[in-house]
Design a binder for this molecule. Structure first.
Ligand code: NAG
Ligand code: NAG
Ligand code: NAG
Ligand code: NAG
Ligand code: NAG
Ligand code: NAG
Ligand code: NAG
Ligand code: NAG
Ligand code: NAG
Length: 387
């Protein structure tokens, strides 16, 4: 029994030496034969306290001289059990050290995070206005109040229910009651932080609701799903210049003499545009609610104007003769002409039939044979006979 334990001790010793050689001089990088239970502690602010225990790994470990926690502000003790104070242990970086007989001191770090979900998450437009002009830049700011640790924050932006794809996260400001410009990669206690994003909007986004969401990404050992908080929505109106509907108002419009045409000028824009028709003063069209009734050739300009811009659409009205009566007249003349031709043909035919009757009477008289006369009626009449 004694022999085997001595052997085991020797083997552990050798392993440590070898690791030490291959790894260079830093013994901190060795697999230190101690165990921290649990090895990860992700604790919520003001949650129930827990302890972390540091012990030598099983029985295969050489004689321990000393094992203790360090990196605990004012609490560096020989105690192998550490109780976290979830009210204020923001800056603790607990490290367990161990001295073994004949080996250098080695240590392990407890993966510890004390986190606090935000008191609030607010979204605002940097201009403080609730509107933006189309294709203009919209700068939104997301303020996350009283959150820790700020470097684990992930911000998501939403337009309606759709996620906005943004570039790398842009943290613009970090502040506390004491420090107006803190460094979030250094500070682990609760801070206020602001993030901004720049987006361009088009008319389709008018009235869109924007929201930002702060998520604490605490890694493995953290709560699943990660804690997150959504801001209330911010509604943004997009102003855009008028667009005249050219489907309803083509560039060129023919007007038949005597038949006035209605020109409909409709424009889409925000704020809703006002419609104005411009035409030379000698024209006298009738105008009503954006609709212009024209009967004269010329240029008619529809102008749609709103606060953003104005758009002009020029309509060329060309006068056309009304060919309908002409066509009708032509058709009537043709019909009359055809009728006359038919009458003429008929009259000729009628005359000839009469003549044939006369020519048939003669043979009837000469032969005195009713049958011959009957046959004569049945035969197709040879035209030569008639002429
Ligand atoms: C440490 O916590 C564990 C459970 O988390 C518990 O079983 C153990 O009793 C605690 N140790 C001390 C010394 O309170
Ligand atoms: C926006 O409003 C905040 C307070 O509500 C004010 O501090 C800030 O100066 C305003 N910004 C602009 C650009 O008006
Ligand atoms: C967003 O909401 C609209 C209706 O409000 C719905 O049609 C659409 O599928 C939703 N999109 C997502 C990604 O949820
Ligand atoms: C965050 O800002 C609010 C005011 O907006 C302030 O009352 C609070 O003390 C700040 N919190 C921290 C941790 O600085
Ligand atoms: C802010 O300063 C006060 C005293 O000036 C101090 O008590 C407090 O701990 C400080 N807070 C932080 C977060 O540094
Ligand atoms: C914040 O701290 C990190 C780590 O010390 C440092 O690299 C970085 O330059 C600091 N940033 C600022 C803005 O001071
Ligand atoms: C707005 O949406 C319509 C239909 O979804 C699309 O055809 C049009 O191109 C969009 N306009 C802009 C400026 O993106
Ligand atoms: C233009 O008018 C036509 C006909 O009424 C309509 O179908 C179309 O949707 C309109 N286009 C726009 C952009 O409003
Ligand atoms: C209408 O617009 C055309 C082209 O912009 C311009 O030449 C013409 O003078 C305008 N007519 C009126 C009456 O404004």
């Amino acid at each position: 029994m004694e022999d085997s334990s001595t052997l085991r001790l020797l083997s552990v010793f050798l392993t440590l030496e070898l690791l030490s050689l291959s790894n260079g001089t830093d013994s901190a990088k060795l697999e230190c034969p101690i165990r921290i239970t649990p090895d990860t502690m992700v604790m919520q602010y003001k949650s129930e306290t827990q302890n972390a225990t540091c012990t030598p790994t099983s029985d295969s470990v050489p004689n321990v001289d000393k094992i203790f926690w360090q990196g605990l502000q004012g609490k560096g003790t020989d105690n192998t059990v550490w109780f976290v104070d979830t009210h204020k242990d923001w800056n603790e970086r607990p490290v367990c050290y161990a001295n073994f007989q004949g080996i250098e001191t080695c240590h392990k770090t407890l993966n510890f995070i004390l986190y606090k979900t935000p008191d609030s998450v607010r979204i605002q437009h940097l201009d403080n206005s609730s509107s933006v002009v189309e294709n203009g830049e919209l700068q939104l700011q997301c303020d996350v109040i009283n959150v820790a640790p700020a470097q684990n924050l992930r911000i998501h932006w939403y337009r309606g229910n759709e996620t906005l794809k943004t570039g790398p996260m842009q943290m613009t400001r970090c502040w506390t009651d004491n420090d107006t410009n803190c460094n979030i990669s250094m500070i682990r206690s609760p801070v206020n932080v602001s993030f901004t994003v720049s987006i361009t909007l088009n008319r389709n986004h008018s009235g869109a609701d924007f929201r930002c969401e702060a998520q604490l990404d605490l890694g493995p050992g953290g709560p699943d799903p990660p804690p997150n908080m959504m801001s209330s929505p911010l509604s943004i109106t997009v102003f855009y210049k008028p667009t005249i509907n050219t489907t309803k108002l083509p560039k060129t419009i023919p007007v038949f003499r005597g038949y006035p045409e209605e020109l409909v000028c409709e424009a889409d824009g925000h704020p809703p545009p006002t419609i104005q028709w411009l035409y030379s003063s000698d024209k006298a069209p009738h105008e009503l609610e954006g609709k212009l009734t024209v009967s004269e050739a010329g240029l008619y300009n529809c102008t749609a104007t709103n606060d953003v811009d104005s758009t002009v659409h020029v309509v060329v009205v060309i006068l056309k003769e009304d060919y309908l009566p002409l066509i009708a007249g032509f058709v009537a003349v043709t019909v009359v002409a055809i009728s006359i031709v038919f009458l003429f043909i008929y009259s000729i035919y009628y005359k000839n039939t009469k003549m044939r009757r006369y020519s048939l009477k003669n043979p009837k008289l000469s032969t005195h044979d009713g049958n011959v006369a009957h046959n004569g009626w049945d035969l197709p009449l040879p035209m030569t006979k008639l002429s």
